[in-house]
Design a protein around this ligand. Structure first.
Ligand code: 2BA
Length: 109
């Protein structure tokens, strides 16, 4: 068995969970926060048979879209009297960051 961990944009999470459900996959959505942007995203946990992994990855690929976002970098330590004008930089977020892990054992009690 495998555990797929997918970190996705919050706006894509509902559709992804719905399509996974329609495909017969069980999933859990957790509300998470990205360490860099400090903005909400969603982490989807999907326990699945190893033979289903590629199909699940295909569903994730089709339902999660890359976006660009502007970020204002933190100001550097400035000398007194210096003026720092922050220039937003563009970063690309997602579509999805995916980890596939081996599951040693899984039980439902
Ligand atoms: P964030 O940490 O908020 O990162 C958002 C986007 O900012 C990233 O998109 C990346 O394009 C950029 N970014 C992140 N750290 C950066 C840095 N140190 N310097 C420059 N740009 C940086 P993605 O790579 O698509 O990541 C989307 C979200 O997935 C991340 O949100 C984070 O929540 C998660 N993530 C990405 N890689 C991860 C990893 N190796 N381990 C755990 N979570 C990860």
């Amino acid at each position: 068995m495998k555990l797929i961990i997918a970190i996705v944009h919050s706006d894509d999470a509902d559709a992804l969970v719905r399509v996974l459900q329609q495909s017969g996959c069980r999933s859990t959505r957790i509300s998470t926060t990205g360490g860099f942007l400090r903005e909400g995203n969603a982490t989807i946990l999907i326990g699945t048979e190893a033979t289903q992994v590629e199909e699940v990855l295909g569903v994730i690929r089709e339902n999660c879209h890359a976006r660009t976002q502007l970020v204002s970098p933190l100001p550097p330590v400035a000398e007194a009297g210096e003026l720092y004008v922050p220039r937003p930089v563009e970063v690309q977020v997602g579509g999805a960051i995916v980890f596939v892990l081996d599951v040693e054992r899984s039980e439902r009690f």
